[in-house]
Design a protein around this ligand. Structure first.
Ligand code: ZN
Length: 586
């Protein structure tokens, strides 16, 4: 599974660093206020040549800038990784003036960007575009500067900051890790709370509609066996995965969505069974075979729930077994050094769900894939095993959701529109799980089967499309749930037993009346378990935001305890979920 490791491990607020970097940045920026996020790069068309022996990259191509601000703009700040240098910038075949300067920002692994402050020949009006021909080159060595300088030990930092071009192993992620293609962003700072993630997520949201095309290529002495070059590849979801005998690969996305364009090159062994592509490294045969062996059952499981996997997806190996896994779009990078059949199984499920169910909506695309992992775990180890897997996601969004609850009018991160991974992966996985608990397997399968992604004959245009599909299949109103969990961010529920009243019917049947209270602003249907002498009974009840709900349960014996929530509903407070029924009440 892919957890958002960066955010969990790396936050080390250091106030003085922020001050220092802030000063450095302000000294190098022109005096006139420069709106660095005025332009978005609406279209990329790049050719990128790799020279691994020198750790080099040289790029040329065209980009289309669109003025997304409300004012006309004549100056644009184009940024690439600080280990790359601008060579040329032209408009209409003519070189344009630009000043190149370092710009301190943690959005790049080097902790800085090479910024070209470009004066355009004419002012660009709001919503208008301009095409630039660009050229840049430089090196991309392993560099953990941005982590090391906020106090992460270098040995650990390298495990998450593994991007590099090198003769033996190349893997480079895009914006947020390495700006190997131009971006337009304000400075991001690891040491200032969430600033890095705000800037990086804002970039993702701004670039979500951008068209991206990059041909990566590599030429080498003909005597040697060529390495395999791969690149995550979306677009029409129809092309061959970006592995190519000509040692070039195309990264093509008609719209980036939440994708971070990523390429890798190594002496991979190709064990692909399209649409599933598997690239492992020599010496990792045993680990790779756990993937091959798990493929058939995983295919069967995914087909049963999400439809036949048909779009190309890939899993590629790391040279350093300690490298933290990373996934973007249709490519998962994960070490195959160890034989871990459980992990191989859920990684496969994740990618095959992507293959079966393309969507440009991150909470659907990633949320369903993580939900699929949990269901597969349930099939193998039972409900508790699945809830344990989901539980690993809970910490990722718990703190920010507590802030949403605490600060009224905090808009938070509505799932439907967020580009924050912790939400569209972790929270979304829970939301799908809760929906399944509420409507059942058959109805949810039926709804998923009818889902068609937002490409070509676009069906997923209406923001309420998914809600309507599930409501139609389940014949149940889910508007309140989608409002609290998907369209808005209302924080998390906080459920507790408000009161318990045991009683007996005239015929002597033992009954209990239970009132549950939800102190939070998000409603939920929650399971609660009544423990009695000799057994337990679990029921489900819908408790809306800031409300109570009451139900009666018939019992074979006197109740001793009530436990609210088996862990399937993410809550802000889990310490008030057990209610002991004292002797007096009995
Ligand atoms: Zn995924």
């Amino acid at each position: 599974m892919i957890l958002v490791i960066m955010r969990l491990v790396i936050m080390r607020p250091l106030g003085w660093l922020g001050l220092f970097f802030g000063l450095t940045a302000s000294l190098t920026v022109p005096a006139a206020a420069l709106n660095r996020e005025a332009f978005i790069i609406a279209k990329y068309d790049l050719e990128v040549r790799l020279e691994p022996e020198q750790q080099r990259l040289g790029a040329r191509g065209k980009i289309t800038l669109r003025n997304d601000s409300g004012q006309p703009q004549k100056v644009v700040a184009l940024q690439i990784s600080s280990s790359l240098n601008w060579r040329s910038i032209r408009v209409d075949g003519k070189s344009v003036q630009f000043v190149s300067q370092p710009y301190i920002s943690d959005i790049d692994h080097t902790g800085a960007l090479s910024e070209a402050i470009v004066t355009l020949p004419v002012e660009i009006k709001p919503r208008d575009s301009v095409e630039l021909e660009i050229g840049y080159e430089g090196v991309i060595p392993l560099d953990a500067t941005r982590l090391v300088r906020v106090g992460v030990p270098e040995g650990i930092a390298k495990h998450s900051s593994w991007d590099q071009i090198s003769p033996s192993f190349t893997a480079v992620r895009g914006a947020g890790y390495v700006a190997w293609y131009p971006i337009t962003t304000e400075a991001a700072d690891f040491s200032e709370g969430n600033s890095l993630f705000e800037v990086a997520d804002r970039w993702k949201a701004r670039a979500a509609g951008s068209e991206f095309k990059a041909r990566i290529y590599f030429s080498q002495p003909s005597s040697e066996a060529p390495p395999i070059l791969i690149c995550d590849h979306g677009g029409g979801y129809s092309a061959e995965f970006g592995r190519n005998q000509a040692v070039s690969a195309d990264c093509i996305w008609s719209a980036l969505g939440a994708v971070t364009p990523t390429f890798a090159m190594a002496d991979y062994q190709d064990q692909s069974k399209p649409p599933f592509y598997l690239f492992s490294l020599p010496g990792h045969e045993a680990g790779a075979s756990t993937y091959s062996n798990a493929l058939e059952p995983a295919m069967k499981f995914v087909s049963g729930w999400f439809g036949q996997p048909s779009a190309p997806v890939a899993i590629a190996d790391f040279a350093d077994p300690n490298s933290g896994p990373f996934e973007s779009g249709t490519l998962l990078m994960a070490s195959m050094a160890a034989e871990d059949s459980k992990l191989a199984g859920i990684n496969l499920i994740h990618e095959l769900v992507h293959s079966a169910l393309p969507s440009l909506r991150p909470w659907i695309y990633e949320g369903l894939a993580h939900f699929g992992e949990a269901m597969y775990r349930e099939q193998q180890g039972g409900r508790q095993a699945a809830l344990d897997l989901l539980g690993l996601h809970r910490a990722a969004f718990l703190d920010s959701e507590k802030e949403v609850s605490a600060v009224q009018k905090n808009p938070g991160q509505p799932l439907a529109t967020t580009f924050d991974e912790t939400y569209y992966r972790s929270k979304a996985a829970y939301v799908w799980w809760m929906l399944r608990d509420m409507v059942g397997d058959d109805a949810l399968k039926q709804a998923i089967g009818k889902y068609r992604a937002a490409d070509g004959k676009d069906k997923d245009k209406d923001p309420k499309y998914v809600e309507q599909l599930i409501e139609a299949a389940a014949k149940r109103d889910l508007g309140w749930f989608f409002n609290d969990w998907v369209y808005q961010d209302r924080g998390l529920p906080d459920l507790r037993v408000q009161s318990v009243h045991p009683w007996k019917t005239e015929k002597g049947v033992q009954m209990i009346t239970v009132t549950l209270e939800n102190l939070g602003d998000a409603g939920a249907e929650v399971p609660f378990t009544v423990l009695f002498e000799g057994g337990e009974i679990t029921k489900r009840i819908e408790v809306r935001a800031k409300s109570t709900a009451t139900t009666r349960v018939e019992l074979p014996g006197a109740a001793s305890e009530i436990v609210v929530n088996d862990g399937s509903v993410p809550e802000s407070d889990l310490t008030n979920n057990v209610f002991k029924i004292d002797a007096q009440q009995k």
